[in-house]
Design a protein around this ligand. Sequence first.
Ligand SMILES: C[S@@+](CC[C@H](N)C(=O)[O-])C[C@H]1O[C@@H](n2cnc3c(N)ncnc32)[C@H](O)[C@@H]1O
Length: 298
Amino acid sequence: METDDHDRLLVEGDNLAFMSALPAGIVDLIVTDPPFFTGRRRIISPRPAGADAAHSTPGFDDQWKTLADYLAFMRPRLEAIRRLLRPKGSLVIHLDWRVVHAVRLELDEVFGPDRFVNEIIWHYTGGGRARRYFSRKHDTLLWYARGDSWTFNIDAVRVPYKATSGFARGGITARSGKHYSPHPAGTPLDDVWDLPIINPLSPERCGYPTQKPELLLERIVLALSRPGDLVVDPFCGSGTSVVVAARHGRRWCACDCSPQAIAIARRRLERETGGRPLIGRRPARREGDRPQPAHPPA
Ligand SMILES: C[S@@+](CC[C@H](N)C(=O)[O-])C[C@H]1O[C@@H](n2cnc3c(N)ncnc32)[C@H](O)[C@@H]1O
């Protein structure tokens, strides 16, 4: 691949082959949301009119025999991610309670524990309520940096002060006499983010089963990359991360092994970029690679 090819590249196929085909050290931000080890087969909704569940188009398979199988799938991909990052580049990987602990240990080995930067908690409400335990209403995003310094712009993602904040009204004067004024753009984010899931009736909803809110990805892209940077998502699904990257003037490339995901991502990206043509590729499969992470259920 030529360097110019690394913008607007949407690839259908296995992401290990995709990442291996890219040169090392060219990516500023990898933001990705792999299968969560849910043990489920994720289905695209809505079904065509009149079709029953058996006729649904599968989204992707997240069934594994064992956790070891899942980690054996993830490990070479985490290594490939690290190889792609520039010295000041970062990885943000989105997981939940099922495997975040295990993937974090893998990342400590691949990146080094000292390269861990943040564990971002995305808290949401809505959906069902558990009766036998506290309802599980957060996902976890792990941020690792490639080197010992990284791109970070907290001012790009400030949020309004609370209406009750006295500091927001007049600032505060320290005992030393120094006065601290509120920032015109609001307060800096911490690592717990309260953001709604996508409303089922929202025009943002594209029907992909694990679609993430643009607002969540927007915070990551704006804070951890700069305009013109290259943002990559090797498990792009419906393309939320790269839609947001394109919107904010980043270069991007993305991969997914599901043809349905790629079709949806393509539509969203073309709409976002005013029909600007995308470069679509299917990487050659390497021996031993498999296009889907699926294992027959145990
Ligand atoms: C959790 S979804 C991503 C959803 C996405 N963040 C969105 O907003 O739509 C995970 C994706 O990983 C893809 N995937 C799983 N194994 C893959 C592989 N080996 N190579 C490429 N994509 C893969 C699945 O097809 C699925 O679309």
